[in-house]
Design a protein around this ligand. Structure first.
Ligand code: DC
Length: 233
């Protein structure tokens, strides 16, 4: 079967990471959470007290080694040799990551690596600009959306599960603030990529979402196989 690239974009809480991870598992593909890369750079910047300028953050992003390794419980993120899987989900990283992600030099450094990671296909990559900027020619492009109230409910449940001390109002402010920064920034804002299929997950189960995306992948592969065998028809 042809190994393809599947992109999944959308706002926080739309269900990207759970869906992308399951789709990758079912296809035997690698799952790449690009938000984790922006979070790792943000963590490094907070720890080192890096000035929030394009130049300084760009240099930091280029110098920071980030490895994503498939683990037992999702993906392990290693930054400069240290396991930062938990640290990148901390509240201070979450509240600064959208700001750090607005800087073009940071984006250029990370987009370059994301393109290299997906070069051979066989990846499911999620983020905000994967189908629009990183892989505009990906074979299957998905845009996940959900009602804001549902996204807040999901993010609150996740935070409480982790043991964070946070309430619904704080999660609402965080999500609204990040939505605004992510979709209004000048460089690669969150948009529905050209040619992407929009899936509203408000009332869908994860299984439904996964099956819809797998059906798109299989449809692509079936036609690809026919064309490879018999030429265009
Ligand atoms: O998916 P997430 O919540 O972990 O993403 C964290 C932030 O990273 C998000 O608010 C914006 C930024 N991001 C981005 O700008 N581009 C991406 N491809 C992925 C994430």
């Amino acid at each position: 079967m042809k190994k393809i690239i599947v992109t999944i974009d959308g706002p926080a809480g739309a269900g990207k990471s759970t869906t992308a991870r399951r789709v990758a598992e079912r296809l035997g593909y690698i799952y790449i959470d690009t938000g984790a890369m922006y979070r790792a750079v943000t963590l490094a910047a907070l720890r080192q007290g890096t000035a929030m300028t394009d130049h300084e953050l760009g240099e930091l992003a280029t110098a920071t080694e980030i490895q994503m390794e498939p683990g037992f419980n999702g993906q392990t993120v290693v930054m400069n040799g240290e396991d930062v899987t938990k640290a990148i989900r901390q509240a201070d990283v979450t509240s600064n990551v959208s700001q750090v992600s607005t800087f073009p030099s940071v984006r250029r450094a990370l987009v370059l690596r994301q393109r290299a990671m997906g070069f051979n296909g066989g990846v499911v990559m999620d983020g905000r600009d994967i189908g629009s900027v990183v892989f505009p020619n990906a074979q299957v492009k998905v845009f996940l959306v959900a009602d804001p109230e549902e996204r807040i409910r999901r993010r609150l449940a996740e935070a409480l599960d982790r043991g964070d001390e946070i309430d619904a109002e704080q999660v609402r402010n965080q999500i609204m603030g990040r939505d605004k920064l992510d979709s209004e920034r000048a460089d690669s804002p969150l948009v529905k990529p050209d040619g992407a299929t929009e899936i509203d997950t408000t009332r869908l189960t994860i299984d439904d979402q996964v099956e819809q995306i797998l059906a798109m992948v299989h449809s692509y592969q079936k036609t690809y196989d026919l064309v490879s065998k018999y030429g265009n028809f």
